[in-house]
Design a protein around this ligand. Structure first.
Ligand SMILES: [Zn+2]
Length: 81
């Protein structure tokens, strides 16, 4: 009944999780009210998409600049490989 659990976690998964955690630390969860249906919605860094009616706010209303393709390490790795 003990010690039979298989180890499925790989180093790559741990690195991915650490990278994701580091990325999320720099993000801020913000809340607002949808201008169309008045639902309370949550977004990231002041950018919102309403799951109720589909309203999205303009990207320029975000609190931080959007990441560029160069910020996406995974895309770069795929392009090289
Ligand atoms: Zn809405």
């Amino acid at each position: 009944m003990s010690g039979t659990r298989r180890r499925v976690r790989r180093v790559a998964d741990a690195e991915k999780a650490a990278a994701a955690a580091a990325f999320l630390e720099g993000q801020e969860i913000t809340r607002t009210q949808c201008v169309q249906c008045y639902s309370e919605i949550a977004g990231v860094n002041g950018r919102y998409a309403c799951g109720n009616c589909g309203w999205v706010n303009p990207w320029t209303e975000g609190h931080k600049p959007l990441p560029t393709a160069e910020d996406d390490v995974q895309v770069r790795e795929c392009a090289q490989g």
